[in-house]
Each structure stands twice: as C-alpha cells, then as structure tokens.
Design a protein around this ligand. Structure first.
Ligand code: PLP
Length: 403
C-alpha cells in the first residue's frame, strides 16, 4: 500500500478495546446499598464472599479492593519479606512484581512458554536458597500447567500465590481456578489464589479482588490484614448486635471491599458463565477467521483447561508483513478498532532495569512475543457484527501490508 492510498474504514464508529457489561440488576443493587446507609464492608461483602467461594469451590474467600491488594496480602500473610526471592513471569502486569518489591523481597523474573504462561522448567532454573514463593500468572484467562508447578513448589517447599486476575471462571482439569481441589498437594498455608474485578475484567466491580485458599489459618491471617489488623470488622462493631471494642493484632492494611462493590459482584457472578460463553463464542469466530492466515497466529489452547477468555491475543507473523506491531495497531485504529498490548515485559521497564539490573535480551522468548502481540476486542457487550468488523479490519490490514 502506498502512503497516498486513502483508507475506507471498516467501521464508521470506534469499537473500544473493552467495556464492562453492567445491567439494571447491578445498578439497582448499588442504589439499594446507597439507600441502606451501609456503604462500606458489610452484609453484601459477606454474601459475595460466600457466593464466590461456592462458585469456585473454595473453603475460604476474602474480598479485597483489588487483585494487587490480594497478591500483597497473600504474600504478607505467608511471611515473605526482605532477603526473600519470589519468582514471577515477566509477561504480566507490573503489579504482580511490584507487590514483591513492596515487601522488601526480590522479584526474580523468568521467561514464558509457547502458550505465554510460565513453565516449571523456567521456574526451576531460577530457584535459589532464597526463593520463598512463585506467582504463576494465568495469562489471558488460560491456566498455567498447574500439576508441574505444584509438584515443583512442593518439592522445593515454596509457597504458591496464583495470579488469577484474568482467570475467574477458568478451569484446570475440570476444577475451577481457586477451588480447594487445586493445590491440595501443597503444604497447608502455602497456597492462595488472587482474582481481579477491575472495570474490564470478566467479572467487574469497578475496582475489586478476591483471595481464595483452603487453609483456615492463612485465611484468618489474610482477613485480619485486609482491615488494619483489627480483631473486629466494621459490621461486627457497628451493626445492631455489634460491640465497639476491638484489638489490633497486626499492623494491617486498608484493603477491604465495600458493599457498593459487592453489590455489583453479586450480580456479575450470576452472569459470569454466560459472559464467558459469549467470550468463548467470539474467540472461536476469531480462531476460524484467522485459521487460514499465516500472518496471524491465534492463541495456543490447552485441551485440559477451560479458558476464561479474558483476552484474545494474536501474535503477528512479522516476517510476512511489511509493518511492525505499532503500525499494525495504528492501521486497526484507522479502521476504528481499539486494541491493546498485554504486556510490556516487566524486565523491560526502567524501574526494574535500574533497581534489579535487568537488560533487554535477558528473557528472549517474552521479548520476541512482546514485539508481536496484539489484544483484540473481546467482551460480551460486543455484537457479533462487531466481531466481524474486527475480522474484516485485520484482513484489510494484513492484505494491505503483506510482504
Ligand atoms: C495479570 C494481572 N495481575 C494483576 C493485576 C492487578 O489487578 P488489579 O487492577 O485488580 O489490582 C492485573 C490487572 O490488570 C493483571 O492483568
């Protein structure tokens, strides 16, 4: 295509990369909370925790105000601190590594496998006597190969904090991510799963998160840490049957969820399976459309897992194209299609280079992948015609820039 060619956009209106799906049920429930006078953590948070635990099959679910808080609380409760190392895949959102830094520990960044999740062999190579925990990230909503990760963690006595920010509703070997069945081979107190309910996640509460675990002592410790380390939460103190007295048992944080957020969560959870079915249907449409295009590599699916389809990430065959990823994204933008990139590898960020000495070239597969990935719009609020527009725009961009 020559620079003077005029593009006729596939769409006349802009298709955002992502949008939450909020219905009247969520709106009415939020209004109910506002009118009730109970707007911080209260009965709806408790109900949301119970419903969530039942949905994933967890013994304990603790609601917090973000997945970042969930990861931080879980690592804190496990006693991670200065001098410790925590292994984190580099292809993740920065907060997975930031929380390790907050605790004075060292994030040890490792490479990713063909499905963009972390592999046991890469973790094993990074283990030192200082390693205390690993944070596998269920990238895009497809679980990591958990059996081999648990086995490795068990044999080295490491804690596992799963970053399931993308994976609510996902399954591994027919068990929901976060269920008590997964990770049961680990020693007690060494396993927690952290979810995100950020605005555009599969289940959205604006900001929000959840931690699940099968360990009662760890759950109690994490719950204590979410609210200043106080022995009684607000509901226990200020409801009709409450008492004003509390004791501070730890220097905790202010990470609790509110009833306003839980109001949304209660209804989003009921709709979650339907949301994921729609996401999966759209993902299949993308898969089928791109199957015959060697310039576009579709996500690598693992047969023993149910993908939660938070993200649909294509990998560009740059060798077959005359443009790079940045120009591919610009070209889609010219067709009124919004996209995103998940993620800039953590080891390429200036802070991690300056503080921990990482350099480009350190984690080669993640860098190779990063140069080529584009996340396409995938959310239940899209109409099937929107999906068709994205497919048409990708086809246009590829055929205009084929090598
Ligand atoms: C992989 C991953 N981990 C953690 C987080 C942090 O989630 P939150 O925004 O709920 O703190 C995100 C957010 O996008 C994420 O993508």
């Amino acid at each position: 295509m020559s620079p003077n060619d005029v593009i006729v956009p596939v769409r006349t209106t802009f298709l955002p990369f992502a949008l939450p799906s909020i219905g009247q049920e969520e709106i009415s429930e939020v209004v109910d909370s506002l009118q009730s006078g109970w707007i911080t953590a209260g009965p709806k948070v408790k109900r949301f925790e119970e419903d969530f635990a039942a949905y994933v099959g967890a013994d304990h679910a603790i609601a917090v105000n973000s997945c970042t808080a969930a990861l931080h609380i879980a690592l804190t409760a496990m006693g991670i601190g200065p001098g410790d190392e925590v292994i984190v895949p580099t292809l993740t959102f920065c907060s997975t590594a930031n929380v390790v830094v907050h605790l004075g520990a060292r994030p040890v960044l490792v490479d990713i496998g063909a499905d963009f999740t972390v592999r046991a062999e890469d973790i094993e190579r990074a283990i030192t006597p200082r390693t205390k925990a690993i944070i596998p990230v269920h990238y895009s909503g497809q679980a990591c190969e958990l059996d081999s990760l648990y086995e490795l963690a068990h044999s080295h006595g490491l804690a596992v904090v799963e970053d399931a920010a993308h994976a609510v509703g996902g399954e591994y070997h027919d068990q929901k991510i976060g269920s008590r069945q997964l990770g049961q081979s680990l020693q007690k107190g060494r396993h927690a799963v952290c979810f995100s309910f950020y605005a555009i996640k599969n289940l959205a509460t604006g900001e929000g998160g959840m931690i699940t675990t099968a360990d009662t002592k760890l759950a109690e410790r994490m719950r204590l840490l979410t609210l200043h380390g106080m022995s009684r939460d607000a509901w226990k103190r200020y409801s009709g049957s409450g008492s004003w007295y509390y004791e501070v048992l730890a220097a905790g944080y202010k990470d609790n969820m509110t009833d306003i957020q839980a109001s949304m969560g209660l209804h989003q959870l009921k709709k979650l399976d339907r949301f994921i079915q729609t996401r999966a249907r759209y993902a299949r449409l993308y898969d089928e459309a791109f199957a015959g295009m060697p310039e576009i590599e579709t996500p690598l699916l693992q047969g023993d897992r149910r993908h939660a389809w938070h993200l649909y990430v294509i990998k560009l065959g740059l060798e077959r194209l005359t443009i790079d990823r940045a120009r591919f994204i610009e070209a889609l933008r010219a067709h009124n299609i919004g996209t995103s990139v998940h993620f800039i590898p953590v080891h390429l960020h200036p802070y991690y280079q300056e503080q921990f000495g990482y350099r480009p070239g350190d984690l080669k597969h993640a860098e190779y992948v990063y140069d080529r990935i584009v996340s396409l719009p995938l959310y239940p609020g899209m109409a099937e015609e929107d999906v068709c527009d994205v497919i048409a725009a990708v086809r246009h961009v590829v055929s205009a820039n084929r090598r």
